[in-house]
Design a protein around this ligand. Structure first.
Ligand code: PLP
Length: 361
């Protein structure tokens, strides 16, 4: 068997122990004589899986009791519409910070339903930084304030949250969920597609303060109304059963093998610092993000020469460092080093980069 180091931005690596456990349980889950894939979502045994996943997520993320956890489908992208439809109901206004492609898409979708105001943007420098925010410029009566916390494509992250006062803060945390502790109580909604740091594709987790549920616009499709799913324990229709099961295994791995999110953060900081230190001292490669806004999860870098970038991607792939090509809108390279990427994977990548540098400079 061969396993590569997969630097994909998503879907991405899963912990090997999780894959092994899923393989062991594939044909007969806990004596049920069936795979989790084959189970009725309304069976008692599946109930223990979805309830266990929620309980673990609440424990690992320290989610307060006045928040609901919803297990939904449609990817993070479906939330771009669900959020304005459910929350944009009083003034019909919201503020958006444009820090990349995902925030842009979210704002464009929201603008179909509400007045989606752009308060700041870092588009002028290819989203290589997080704009400084001045609360005086925020819409006072906004129904919510929207950020994309970790910008998967450009490799930036908010180290400080905007001061939004009573306006609920909504954050897309698709590419940083479970990477470090987060104070859930500071947010109205946190949401994430699972396929970066939590599970395979097919599951979207929404963590929502209870008082924000139940006010959706009349035109909201039943399936996009948070109340539908909150009232039915994410079982209004068939949930993404198998993906929720893998999420449960990943949460068990974080809790028991890693030791929780503080520990996860330490490991992620160690991995990121190995790569950033290398980039800061390299004579060939350089990171594309301002140092103060660098992401722990996604690390874009370039040589400054497109041909050399392509050569690096090709040779890296041949050496089993796969999916390291940058996003088509940025070029160059991007190493996504999510939770499941072992430290050893980053150490080996940096060693390989050093050798490539020596051969090509
Ligand atoms: C991947 C990603 C998305 C899109 O997720 P889908 O599940 O494919 O819709 C949205 N936001 C961020 C920050 C992402 O990284």
């Amino acid at each position: 068997m061969k396993r590569v180091y997969n630097f994909s931005a998503g879907p991405s690596m899963l912990p090997q122990s999780v894959l092994e456990r899923a393989a062991n349980e594939m044909l007969d889950y806990e004596g049920s004589g069936q795979s989790v894939m084959e189970m009725s979502h309304r069976s008692k045994i599946y109930g223990t899986i979805i309830e266990g996943a929620e309980a673990l997520l609440r424990e690992v993320m320290n989610i307060p009791d006045n928040y609901k956890v919803l297990f939904l489908q449609g990817g993070a992208s479906t939330q771009f519409a669900a959020i304005p439809l459910n929350l944009g109901v009083n003034s019909g206004k919201a503020d958006y910070v444009i820090t990349g492609q995902w925030a842009t898409k979210a704002q464009k979708e929201a603008a179909r339903y509400i007045d989606a105001n752009i308060v700041a943007s870092s588009k002028d420098k290819t989203f290589s930084y997080i704009p400084k925010l001045d609360p005086d410029t925020f819409t006072k009566d906004a129904d919510y304030f929207y950020i994309c916390m970790n910008n998967t494509i450009y490799g930036t992250v908010y180290h400080e949250l905007p001061e939004t006062g009573n306006v609920p803060l909504v954050a897309d945390i698709s590419s940083c969920i479970l990477s470090q502790p987060i104070d859930v109580s500071k947010f109205g909604i946190l949401y994430a597609g699972a396929q970066k740091n939590m599970a395979p594709a097919g599951l979207t987790v929404v963590i929502i303060r209870e008082d924000l549920i139940g006010h959706a616009k009349d035109i909201t499709p039943t399936m996009l109304n948070y109340k539908t799913h909150a009232d039915n324990g994410s079982m209004f229709n068939t949930p993404p059963c198998y993906t929720i099961y893998i999420a449960k295994l990943v949460l068990e791995w974080i809790k028991n093998d890693i030791g929780g999110l503080e520990k996860m953060k330490e490991i992620n900081e160690k991995k990121a610092s190995i790569l950033y230190n290398f980039l800061d001292n390299s004579n060939l490669f350089r990171g594309t993000v301002v140092p103060e806004d660098r992401s722990l999860m996604n690390v874009p870098f370039v040589t400054g020469n497109e041909e050399l970038d392509a050569k690096f991607v090709k040779e890296a792939t041949e050496n089993d460092f796969v999916n390291i090509k940058g996003h088509r809108t940025v070029g160059g390279m991007r190493a996504s080093i999510y939770n499941a990427m072992p430290i050893e994977g980053v150490e080996k990548l940096v060693k390989f980069m050093g050798e490539f540098e020596a051969r090509n400079i």
